[in-house]
Design a binder for this molecule. Structure first.
Ligand code: PMP
Length: 396
């Protein structure tokens, strides 16, 4: 087919799709998924809510509603954002089809072909997939235990004037689990002001905090209206509802909602009604708090197993929240090849090789490992089997 638009060249299947298909096989131990633990979904509560919504007389739940989202849900999201240090009203909030749609719409609004997006190094693969059709150029800035390196960011901003957007996941980043320190959040806002660029702050893991203090969002530090803040119900309620939000200055929010109208008219009314009913009838803060011990326990188990079994020369991050640890192997180890030749056939274990998480200059000696949704005995057997096979690969 030759008639595709130029942007189609940038729409390619993800390198990880093929083996992610294996993740559903019960014989496989998958540290690859980014899924929240399905046993934690409030299924009984939602069952009752959908039952009530689908009774005669409640046909409104099946009707169109505003493209910005159900007014009641926008107000509830605004109240939660206000409580999190971002004072706002329902009018400031756009309900999106998960956080993913916020990434797509924001790129469409700001990025012309050849504009530069700065990402963390590594960054969330799904963001690259959302940005790519807008044909950006990328620069990437290393991330460490304090988040994005601000000196490296400053030097990027000084060397090109084409930067339009800085994309960051400041809380328990995907894929590294790292969190941006308060000092760096402040510096990021300063730099964005100085160089007149927009910050896209993506926070789906913000509320999955197992230790450490809650840091202010970048949005809450912004005084000049240059932060688009994205959030999601995926990790705190259920990803299948496809509910997220964008909080942005009025002119940006209005354009984002027109782009949303073009893309999909609105989120499903039924799911918005259900989320609104959940927030009215149940205590979502208590629900979130009730999930944390499970995730914290799994994180601790995975970290102690890595300590015990992974070979020397291998390091990993210690996430204070979220779902991931990022493992760095000795430079000569290509984890995608080791996975294909050893981990899958000999141990039935999969991880996500790290290369696709780099916007530029991919490195092949990293993997993202998720501890969520993996039974404890599988974390133990999977990490120990992996450790032995990694030693074998490193000896070869
Ligand atoms: N941003 C990040 C950093 C993510 O990890 C994810 C999903 N795993 C998303 C956005 C999108 O999630 P959703 O669309 O389900 O809100």
């Amino acid at each position: 087919m030759t008639a595709f638009a130029r942007r189609a060249e940038r729409i390619q299947p993800s390198a990880i799709r093929e083996f992610l298909a294996l993740a559903g096989d019960p014989a496989i131990t998958s540290f690859a998924g980014g899924y929240p633990d399905a046993t934690l979904f409030p299924i009984d509560e939602l069952h009752k809510i959908y039952d009530d919504l689908l009774t005669p007389g409640s046909a409104g739940a099946l009707q169109y509603t505003a493209s910005e989202g159900l007014p009641e849900l926008r107000a509830q999201v605004a109240a939660r954002l206000t409580a999190d240090g971002m004072p706002c009203t329902a009018d400031d909030v756009l309900i999106t089809q998960g956080g993913q749609q916020g990434l797509d719409l924001t790129a469409k609004l700001f990025i012309d072909a050849g504009d530069v997006i700065v990402t963390e190094r590594p960054t969330f693969l799904g963001a690259l997939i959302a940005f790519n059709p807008c044909e950006p150029d990328y620069r990437s800035v290393p991330i460490d235990e304090e988040g994005m390196d601000m000196e490296a960011l400053e030097s990027v901003l000084r060397t090109t004037d084409r930067v339009k957007l800085i994309y960051t996941v400041p809380d328990y980043q995907n894929p590294t689990g790292q969190t941006m320190s308060l000092a760096r959040r402040r510096r990021l806002v300063e730099l964005a002001e100085e160089f007149d660029v927009v910050i896209l702050e993506d926070t789906p893991y913000r509320e999955l905090r197992y230790e450490g203090e809650r840091l202010p969002t970048i949005k809450s530090l912004d005084r000049t209206g240059r932060v688009v803040h994205l959030g999601s119900f995926s990790k705190i309620l259920a990803p299948g509802l496809r509910l997220g939000w964008a909080l942005a200055p009025a002119d940006v929010r209005e354009k984002l909602s027109l782009l949303k109208l073009a893309a999909d008219t609105q989120n499903g009314t039924l799911n918005m009604r259900a989320a609104a009913a959940y927030l009215t009838s149940f205590d979502i803060e208590a629900h979130i708090a009730s999930m944390l011990p499970t995730y914290r326990h799994k994180r601790d188990l995975m970290l102690s197993m890595l300590e015990e079994h992974f070979p020397e020369g291998t390091s990993w991050t210690r996430a204070q929240g979220g779902l991931f640890t990022w493992v760095t192997f000795p430079k000569r180890l290509d984890i995608a090849a080791v996975q294909r030749d050893l981990l899958i056939p000999r141990a039935g274990v999969i991880v996500v090789p790290g290369a696709p998480f780099f916007a530029v200059e991919p490195e092949s000696n990293h993997a993202r490992m998720s501890f969520s949704g993996v039974p404890d005995d599988r974390i133990v057997s999977g990490v120990s089997a992996m450790g032995a096979l990694l030693r074998e690969a490193l000896r070869a």
